[in-house]
Design a protein. Sequence first.
Length: 664
Amino acid sequence: MPARNISIPNQPSNVTNQTITSVSREHRKFRPSAEFQRQANLGSYAAYKRLYAESVNTPNKFWGRQAKELLTWQKPFKKVLDWKLPHAKWFLGGQLNVAANCLDRHLGTARENKAAIIFEGEPGDVRTITYKQLHREVCQFANALTALGLAKGDRAAIYLPMVPEAAVAMLACARLGVIHTVIFGGFSSEAIKDRVNDCQAKLVITADGGWRRGKIIDLKTNVDRALAGTPTVEHVVVLKRTGQPVAFSEGRDRWWHDLVAGVSAEHKAKGHDSEHPLFILYTSGSTGKPKGVLHTSAGYLLGTTITTKYVFDLKETDIYFCTADIGWITGHSYVVYGPLANGATVLMYEGAPNHPEPDRFWDIIDRHGVTIFYTAPTAIRAFMRWGDDYVKKHSLKSLRLLGSVGEPINPEAWMWYHTLIGKKRCPIVDTWWQTETGAIMVTPLPGVTATTPGSCTLPFFGVVPKILDEQGKEVPRGGGGKLFLKNPWPSMLRTLWGDDERYKKQYWSELPGYYFAGDGARFDEDGYLWVVGRIDDVLNVSGHRIGTAEVESALVSHPSVAEAAVVGRPDELKGQALVVFVTLKNGFAASPQHKEELRAHVAKEIGSLARPDDVRFAAALPKTRSGKIMRRILKEIAAGGTVKGDTTTLEDFNVVAALQSQEE
Ligand code: PRX
């Protein structure tokens, strides 16, 4: 292969200080239609530029105005920002109630009897809850929690399925100033115990069970096991969802329905300080125990409210469906707080996307008239794998906007999403952000930005992304490096719960004065941002540092490949040899010829530099429960060793066993 095939598109020849070699060649541009632009909340590039310039040049003025316009305050703030690196305090002196911003302020308006939540359970049960009804339920539950002895500043763990009561529990805590920590319903007893103990929760709110692929997940049993080692927990509130018998600990456990029976639905929301902690959300670190990311009240609410309004172009008539579980930050920010603060109608679905058939989401979209759909690339690749016929059975004509979050979306999946789901009519917002950032940071605005498949494009208001090399120098456009954020933003994490030293070290020590996102990225010639994956996953092949996402994207562009994961294996000659794990689409078979074809395909797409040394076919890839591929495990398998590290966040251990058993 001639050397020019491994050169970097768009890259000036004098780029020498880059940290990562970027190999993507995607140039296609998709502009918003005039029709979309006309109705958009922000409909011109000039308007975006003007607001963006204001947000970074005079951030206090910009955020002060937005906070007054978008939030309802019980006591006005005196100072917009107090920034003592790396600790930010926003909207000092102000008081508000997050739950009242999501509920009470819509009462007495046209939204009062509008659906706040349209819920569909996996078995097919549907419930519509208006803003007035949701307010009632939250007030009642808040009163019940108070009667149980919960008070402002206490911690409560929420371990529930994707049911409306999950939002009720979060909002009731927020209303009281009780700090919630939501634990994803797929986590084990061990994970519950660690999290409850780390934040010393007084209360656990759970259910008897939840539905997943036609089976019951035994939530209460998991809680009971965890609670053998959690001395701080005084009570467990149990929602009856699935109805199977569960053990009950007298005095400690209370049924949700008993607890609220006869309890008043009147509750006056008190104002809490802007910086009062709203929630802790645990996110796994690459090593060690999970990090308790702490978000506070006003700044977080402002970040989620303003991004929901502009990124999702939210209108009163929208029916908005975000497929994330409330156990993840996406569920917090874009199922509960952002949409409800905007008075949106949120569609909430309890179960699996392939139950009873792999067209459940498309069926939901058609039956409920969903207009905005927000999901993850891992889900999109699964849909592609299940086959187009499941999509084609449904019209999807109500959709007007699509979103993607959680990992880089490979252009192949982007195009499929655009064509099959969006019918080439819906803009796609590929939103880059993190648990730590609280809200969307880099994203297209649907009425403004010409999108390019695979790029999350331009910074949102107030966000200043920088690509820097090892010396902290800016990498010119086209070159890859580490992604940092300059300047604080309202929805940023404030610290890690109980471990401020780790907060400083993890996020603020890579380069003094900058927030280190932990991702590798580059700007292209247009200034669009491309995230190529976690820095820890960058491969070093013959002196070139290559992001896994780009090689994976090349593999997925082959018609037979459903999903791919690329890892490095130590190699004496090259530093690292490339080992790829591939799952094939239905109808394609694994064979030695096929391996060769895929190796040649990557060499053609990227250059011989990236030709995989080894291709392994797999029925499935090991993933976390939030859908991220666990490359650490694949690395161990590729190196021929056994899987030793922590596997508690793994969705299905059988996947690992199957991969290990097929080792040569
Ligand atoms: O690596 C980036 C990737 O997901 C990481 C954040 O993960 P988490 O805290 O679990 O939050 C996920 C939901 C916000 C990031 O550091 N990531 C997230 N969105 C994108 C992405 N990578 C590329 N493009 C995205 N749109």
